[in-house]
Ligand binder design. Sequence first.
Ligand code: F6R
Length: 245
Amino acid sequence: MFHMKVIKAKTHKEAGYLAADEFEKVMEKKADCVIGLATGSTPLPFYDELIQREKNRALSFSSVRTVNLDEYVGLEAEDPQSYRYYMQKNLFDHISIKRENILIPNGLEKDKETLCRKYENQIEVWGGIDIQLLGIGHNGHIGFNEPDDFFAVSTHEVKLTEKTRKANQRFFKSPNDVPKSAITVGIGTIMSAKKIVMMAVGGDKAEIIKKAFCGPVTPKIPASILQFHPNVTLICDEAAYMGFY
Ligand code: F6R
């Protein structure tokens, strides 16, 4: 492990609180900062905390720009399983963010190549991501960058592994409803973020945390590349932190 700062939180809720502290620091310095966001179960207390802090006037989203990591291919924005829907319900509907300041891949776009190129361009036009939130998959994926023989650099369409489809099955009515592919930012997009905050909670994440941060950097464990990022804060709850023992 190189530059990484590791913080142990007592609970999932506290992990969300501590992650919100990191974002608040960036938002305080730069009202129109660009923040990278993730979906999944891990960030939920983090989003609750951000909503609360804006209500308490500790921070404001009125000039903030957001970039999401990924979206399923083939789901409408209104589909309760889409990441757009997740973001609306868990964060955007409750804060002062402007619609035009939200960047999330359109899973229905037919021309995926143009979509991906425009996505990267928009991030560049906004001046890059100031702070990126990440969760981690059981196989070490970040965004939907799955284990592979190489690190995919920029935003692209990705076929989901059976492991990931299984892990996400719980959210769908039947296993067949789980989309087969997604659009995700690349490892290069993530590594270009000025600061990265990863949250990892639950004993089921301990093993992958150990592999990703105490083992070799390899595209077989995409999150391991974060060992080369100069400004990563990893926030674990007690169970995930056990991976370091
Ligand atoms: C979601 C994302 C994924 C999740 C990961 C962990 O936008 O990018 O990489 O962060 O699958 O998911 P949870 O938090 O549900 O364990």
